[in-house]
Design a protein around this ligand. Sequence first.
Ligand code: FES
Length: 153
Amino acid sequence: MAERSDDWRDLYRGEEPDSDIGYLSYNEKVLEHFMNPHNVGLIEDPDGQAVVGDPTCGDYIEVCIKIEGERVVDFKFLVSGCPGAISTSSIATELAIGKTIEEAMALTDNDVIVAAGGIPVRKAHCSLLALRGLHQAIQDYVRKKPRARMKSS
Ligand code: FES
């Protein structure tokens, strides 16, 4: 059994540079999250919120989170972006829900891309949108609730 890599770029190593694979193809898992994204919407009375990107002219995401016992118990989003942004945002919510705020802050785009089973190389940056939103929403939560503590930041 092949060892699992911690680096999403390993999913594409060995491909021909001019190959469409890895550049234009979405895998089945990513397509499924694109067609049926999870945790879309807003949360009433969220504990933390963030808008990342530019709603007037480009890709952006609005993120709401609910925190209980210093854990992310809900994470919803509204995004304007490509299929890569929609699907990786959906996958990011699944990764983050249930994690402590420290664990959620430690999530990286690499974690999202590996969980997705890879996304086209040109779309790798789209996986950052939801995490940037999540991290800013957690910072918003910490700002609003000064007693919430984070081990590192
Ligand atoms: Fe802009 Fe994916 S969100 S290319």
